[in-house]
Design a protein around this ligand. Structure first.
Ligand code: COA
Length: 237
């Protein structure tokens, strides 16, 4: 793992972008009720035109929750690992927060991590490996760590048997601490449960104490960990 918050390898099946849930949760802007300065925004399903914005969110939050722009020589590298495969292969589990000016936060999920890893190996990693294969990289750099990930994606953890789904969530700073993280997670978990998942897991850098506190507050419990990464899970529904 690296300074990036790890949310597990991703797995999934190809499927068309989904529409709204049909229960009205995407309807209308909403300000967080506890914040007089709460941002008016709405959670909506991902649309293909969001990709560039979501790669930017990933990079801007990719260093333990802080801006990782200065860490990577290749600005799309982080998104190609932690955003792109979800948008391409599991778009029905991608939701964004948007105030009308574009997506500035997301939650991305994979329903079945083992299946997702298999499909990524077939449909995602080969093109990414080809894209960065000739890149000149400092071996001690953050880019090099990610290129090793691309070459040999980490195995799906054993606890994925009980918590088969996994997720990633990132919000640009102006959206943080306003209830949007909770709403995004709840939206995704409802969709995963409706699709039959029995549990969701994620990995987070131990140094990202804010995110660890957030997940625990939302009912995630420890599954595993090492010096740098903590793995948390929550049963579904
Ligand atoms: C981590 C992150 C997703 C949380 O989302 P958020 O919108 O800031 O959090 P919310 O405002 O929705 O908080 C939801 C609840 O968690 C609580 N909470 C948030 N952080 C907490 C913490 N560190 N400890 C305890 N509770 C916390 C809030 O008080 C709130 O409680 P309530 O709903 O019961 O009133 C967001 O801050 C973020 O994107 N950070 C940068 C990127 C990042 O670190 N991503 C995670 C990578 S693994």
């Amino acid at each position: 793992m690296t300074s990036r918050e790890m949310d597990a390898p991703r797995a999934g099946t190809t499927a068309p972008p989904a529409g709204g849930s049909g229960d009205g949760r995407d309807a209308g802007p909403m300000a967080h009720p506890d914040r007089p300065d709460g941002l008016a925004g709405a959670i909506r399903p991902y649309r293909p035109g969001d990709q560039e914005a979501l790669y930017r969110v990933c990079l801007r939050t990719g260093d333990g929750g802080n801006d990782a722009s200065s860490l990577y020589s290749h600005p799309d590298l982080l998104g190609d690992v932690f955003v792109g495969p979800y948008l391409e292969l599991q778009p029905q589990f991608a939701f964004v927060v948007d105030d009308g000016s574009g997506a500035e936060g997301y939650v991305l999920g994979a329903l079945d991590s083992a299946a997702f890893a298999t499909v990524c190996e077939r449909l995602w990693w080969p093109a990414v490996r080809a894209r960065y294969g000739g890149a000149s990289i400092d071996q001690g750099s953050a880019d090099a760590w990610l290129l090793r990930w691309i070459e040999t994606p980490p195995p799906v953890p054993d606890f994925a048997r009980d918590y088969p789904s996994h997720l990633h969530i990132d919000l640009l700073p102006r959206w943080q601490s306003g209830g949007w993280g909770r709403r995004l997670i709840e939206r995704l978990m409802a969709e995963l449960a409706a699709a039959g998942s029995t549990g969701v897991h994620l990995g987070v850098g131990r140094s990202n104490e804010r995110a660890v506190g957030f997940y625990r507050h939302l009912g995630f419990t420890d599954l595993d960990g090492d010096d740098t990464t903590l793995w948390l899970g929550r049963p579904l529904p």
